[in-house]
Ligand binder design. Structure first.
Ligand SMILES: Cc1cc2nc3c(=O)[nH]c(=O)nc-3n(C[C@H](O)[C@H](O)[C@H](O)COP(=O)(O)OP(=O)(O)OC[C@H]3O[C@@H](n4cnc5c(N)ncnc54)[C@H](O)[C@@H]3O)c2cc1C
Length: 347
């Protein structure tokens, strides 16, 4: 595609949405200067006259086939690990506040970083995936501006969430100027694409991106309704936690042991758009966080940018996190997990 070419929503619809490649991140909604794209039933939908400004296509993480030029633009000639991207340091971290850690997915690192950024007034709000109060476990893109909201969004929902719709709300409606964005690789790729578009309001407002490791997401109706409610007989308001550690681990409230579901049983419920993803470790984030590579209740953390590195050093100096070493073997394990996505990268 030529840099000067202005493609409209029609192109996005044809090449991404109708082609089954849309990851539902909400970037097109956040990028649209006229606010004429809305998510309807998780699908980007045009609700006004298309001005063909090209920003929706330029921001979409599924509209680019080769990410190598973006790596070059963001990280210059820094050496890139093909599976894990460019990173400065790897850490195993755990939130020192056990109350925060206990409500979190792994080490409570993401929630801990957001709370620190809010408490030290480095952000006015965080773009997170919260929980829908009417439909338990249905992800709800949210602008969290209080400790309570950040804490309520902790834990992973393994179904997709249009987090960047909340970025649109934060910037366009609520006029917030300092934001952290949490997301899976597609969200973070989209933020990076918006920065380079260039969308100056996004570039100025997003002061930190925290990316999650991600192998895939699952369709809500299949994973949550059919498997958890239908087959396992657990109503969603009685579900405490889901985890993926080689298997899907299902923790009903009050139960000591998890129910275990082989991942092969879930294979056909993977969101089709995830099959186009080439990024496991949120390569374009300031900081990437995942559960793999470290023991249970810890998180593996990769710092990628100077500001990401500075934030981790700040929380460690403030004794907010416990730290262990990440070994070369731990990193090799991550590389093995990332392998299916790396195999899709253009060579
Ligand atoms: C869909 C998905 C797939 C993942 N796959 C892997 C994997 O294959 N390997 C691995 O090591 N780690 C994976 N993770 C990351 C892992 O589950 C934890 O999120 C990570 O280790 C951070 O743990 P924490 O305790 O620091 O997070 P917490 O402090 O509990 O914070 C979690 C944050 O995740 C955000 N979040 C929750 N659900 C979603 C969602 N659906 N979309 C976007 N953001 C969300 C919330 O906003 C919250 O701020 C995945 C996460 C998700 C959401």
């Amino acid at each position: 595609m030529l840099a000067s070419e202005k493609l409209g929503f029609e192109t996005l619809k044809e090449k991404v949405i109708d082609a089954g490649r849309c990851c539902g991140c909400g970037a097109c909604v956040a990028a649209c200067p006229k606010s004429i794209i809305e998510m309807q039933d998780s699908v980007p939908t045009l609700v006004g006259e298309d001005i063909k400004c090209g920003l929706c296509t330029k921001s979409c993480p599924r509209m680019i086939e080769d990410y190598r030029p973006i790596y070059a633009e963001v990280f210059g000639d820094a050496q890139r690990d093909p599976a894990l991207g460019v990173f400065l340091q790897a850490y195993a971290l755990r939130n020192a506040d056990e109350a925060v850690r206990k409500r979190a997915q792994d080490g409570g690192v993401v929630t801990g970083l957001l709370l620190h950024l809010l408490d030290t007034e480095q952000i006015e709000g965080a773009i997170v995936s919260g929980v829908n109060p009417e439909r338990p476990w249905l992800p709800l893109p949210q602008v969290a501006t209080t400790r309570k909201e950040i804490l309520a969004a902790s834990k992973s929902r393994y179904t997709r969430s249009a987090n960047l719709v909340a970025l649109a709300e934060a910037i366009k409606e609520r006029k917030l100027k300092q934001l952290a964005v949490v997301g899976t690789p597609c969200h973070i790729q989209a933020v990076q694409r918006m920065r380079l578009a260039p969308l100056k309001r996004i570039d100025r407002s997003v002061v930190m991106t925290i990316g999650l490791f991600c192998s895939e997401t699952f369709r809500f109706d299949d994973l949550m309704q059919q498997k958890i409610v239908g087959e396992l007989g657990i109503s969603l308001d009685k579900l405490r936690k889901l985890d993926i550690k080689g298997k899907l681990l299902v923790y009903p409230r009050g139960a000591k042991e998890s129910l275990k579901v082989p991942l092969k049983d879930l294979a056909e419920w993977v969101e089709p758009s995830c099959h186009y993803c080439t990024d496991f470790a949120s390569d374009f984030a300031d900081i990437s966080v995942g559960g793999a590579g470290t023991p249970s209740k810890w998180s593996t953390v990769l710092t990628r940018t100077k500001r990401g590195q500075a934030l981790i050093e700040e929380v460690l100096a403030a004794n907010k996190f416990l730290r262990e070493e990440v070994t070369p073997e731990d990193l090799d394990m991550l590389r093995r997990i990332a392998r299916p996505k790396v195999a899709r990268q253009p060579h």
